[in-house]
Design a protein around this ligand. Structure first.
Ligand code: G1P
Length: 277
């Protein structure tokens, strides 16, 4: 029912300079797989096989990653290294990949609106690949959210409790708890101070959005940091009861920060990497 997933990947990745000077931050490998591929695999696990990227200048490596490399295929065919391509081949075979460029960095809301041309009038997922989400014992976070979308038929955001001294980094929700780990959102604030935060429930980078969000974003004024914020647009939906927040099952790593990235790397290496014998 939700077939498309939007990946805003135009950001600069300044926290990882100089590594990200000429290379997209989304291509940084967590062990041996680029961050963005984890997000794409999670979306495909939820049946969202149509991946739409909102890219920018200097991001061509992402388009190349989700396309066949004939030279490489030719070189590696029949060799012992060939299985290393299995995961990306599977992704490429299952999906379609479309791109549009965000010409100016005017915020996440603006990036999502730029993706409208690729999405059209249907509900869609959004993955911020900086947030790496792993649920080793069950379905991925987007799959969990899709079940809720099918039940509630409104926008769904993933949330996590965070310490109050980190709350200013996030969009924050408050709402009525309607069942364990599930909230009908009443208000949302982007990057509040600890004193202004309505709760300790921070939005993390997974959304399922209903397509009316595009018209709402069109009329959303710049907010926190002078940027058009998706949180502000969602607040309009929330006022009509149209947003559910969900405390997901699984672990989330903030790979937009160096410590979070290192933590993710250690976790994936210890739990998933098949070491050579
Ligand atoms: C974005 C969103 C914010 C959300 C966060 C999750 O912020 O605007 O609401 O909490 O992602 O990672 P950014 O990290 O781009 O500043």
């Amino acid at each position: 029912m939700v077939k498309k997933c939007l990946f805003p990947v135009a950001g600069y990745g300044t926290r990882f300079l100089p590594a990200t000077k000429s290379m997209p931050k989304e291509m940084l490998p967590v062990v041996n797989k680029p961050l963005v591929q984890y997000g794409v695999e999670e979306a495909m696990g939820a049946g969202m096989t149509n991946c739409a990227f909102v890219t920018g200048r200097g991001k061509r490596a992402i388009a190349d990653h989700f396309d066949v490399s004939y030279e490489l295929e030719h070189q590696i065919a029949g060799s012992s290294k060939e299985p290393l391509l299995d995961s990306i081949r599977a992704v490429i075979d299952q999906g379609t990949f479309t791109m549009v460029r965000q010409r100016e960095m005017l915020g996440l809301g603006h990036a999502i609106l730029t993706g409208e041309a690729l999405i059209g009038p249907e509900p869609f997922g959004v993955v911020l690949s900086d947030d790496l989400c792993i649920n080793p014992d069950g379905p991925g976070v987007l799959s969990q959210m899709l079940d809720l979308f099918e039940q509630f038929r409104c926008s769904v955001v993933a949330v996590q409790e965070v310490p109050m001294d980190e709350i200013h980094k996030y969009g924050v929700i408050s709402g009525e708890c309607i069942q364990e780990g599930l909230y009908r959102v009443e208000s949302m604030v982007e990057k509040p101070t600890a004193g202004n935060a309505p709760s300790n429930l921070a939005i993390i980078g997974r959304y399922i959005l209903t397509p009316d969000i595009f018209d709402i974003i069109r009329t959303t004024k710049p907010g926190a940091n002078g940027e058009v914020q998706i949180t502000d647009a969602l607040q309009i939906q929330a006022q009509k009861g149209g947003v559910i927040a969900y405390k997901f099952e699984g672990q989330r790593f903030d790979c937009g920060s160096v410590p979070g990235f290192v933590e993710a790397t250690n976790f994936v290496f210890d739990n998933f990497y098949v070491k050579d014998s």
